[in-house]
Design a protein around this ligand. Structure first.
Ligand code: APR
Ligand code: ZN
Length: 284
């Protein structure tokens, strides 16, 4: 289970870290509240702030992190049942992780759809439109609808694939690794309580997210039942630190430490070269 914290070392801000988190840096859009930028009702009224932000965050300008390559390594070694991510940056796909192993619970920039007629658009089309500035509009004769990336806004349902996979995977999961998420957004955060009671749960994060108290849980349905401090805890382990360091430490314990370091180096060099070649090709 992953959140924005696995991509911050790639240069993509997370949402709630005080100061650096996205929600602390949206003043210029004078929103009713920071999360409005990802609310479907606000978007339908005024899509401009979202697309201005998209220009800053657009996938394709960032490289996967060591943590992303650790997740890919788990799959290469036949140990990854599924990778549930809240991230929309597509870095799991860029790392080469098999799409069938990825559940993009909060959608993705990979495709977009016209809100009026439903026509689908690809990542390159959206990227082009976003960097042109303004609001991407449908090119179907007489449609003129706003085209929205397939990321899940507050007020929208999560993708069907999320619910289909959860039904299958959670009871099969024999080790749950949670990385780089504050575990405050539902229904994603509640996945921690969907695995069998005998499944050990490892939480790698810069800070311990406050387990919701039962009343708040009832009221808000927020938070997660992960709690390494609770009385009689027998299966929750909290590893405090960066996702990259946590992934590297676990890989080393598994005897894959050098292999992970080499993979990260070669892969990031390959992407740098590809980016350089493609910008040189554009210039010529
Ligand atoms: N290493 C470890 N932990 C990190 C790192 C890092 N390099 N960088 C950030 N973190 C931690 C932060 O301390 C925080 O606890 O990752 C967590 C990120 O939490 P959020 O910013 O809330 O991001 P996330 O949990 O992914 O948000 C969930 O909220 O706004 C919605 O849809 C959006 O998918 C997003 C959802
Ligand atoms: Zn249309």
């Amino acid at each position: 289970m992953a959140g924005a914290g696995i991509s911050t070392s790639a240069g993509i801000p997370d949402f709630r870290s005080p100061g650096s988190g996205l929600y602390d840096n949206l003043q210029k859009y004078n929103l009713p509240d920071p999360q409005a930028i990802f609310s479907i009702d606000f978007f339908k009224e005024s899509p401009e702030p979202f697309f201005e932000l998209a220009r800053e965050l657009f996938p394709g300008q960032f490289k996967p992190t060591p943590c992303h390559y650790f997740i890919k390594m788990l799959d290469d070694k036949g140990l990854l049942l599924r990778h549930y991510t809240q991230n929309i940056d597509t870095l799991e796909r860029v790392s080469g992780l098999n799409g069938d192993k990825i559940v993009e619970a909060h959608g993705t920039f990979h495709t977009s759809h016209c809100l009026a007629c439903g026509k689908e658009y690809c990542l390159d089309w959206m990227k082009n439109e976003v960097f042109k500035g303004g609001v991407p509009k449908c090119d179907v004769e007489g449609c003129e609808g706003v085209v929205k990336p397939d990321i899940v806004f507050f007020g929208e349902a999560l993708p069907k694939r999320f619910f289909d996979c959860v039904k299958k995977d959670m009871m099969e999961c024999d080790l749950l690794i949670i990385m780089g998420t504050s575990l405050v957004v539902q229904p994603f955060a509640s996945l921690t309580s969907r695995v069998p009671d005998t499944t050990p749960r490892l939480y790698i994060n810069r800070e311990k997210s406050p387990p919701m108290d039962p009343f708040m849980d009832l009221l808000m349905g927020g938070g997660s039942d992960f709690n390494a401090d609770k009385e009689g805890n027998y299966r929750d382990v909290f590893w405090e630190g960066s996702c990259d360091d946590g992934a590297q430490a676990l890989a080393t314990l598994l005897g894959w430490g050098e292999e992970l370091k080499t993979t990260v180096k070669t892969e990031q060099a390959r992407i740098d070269k590809e980016t350089k070649d493609s910008s040189a090709a554009k210039k010529s």
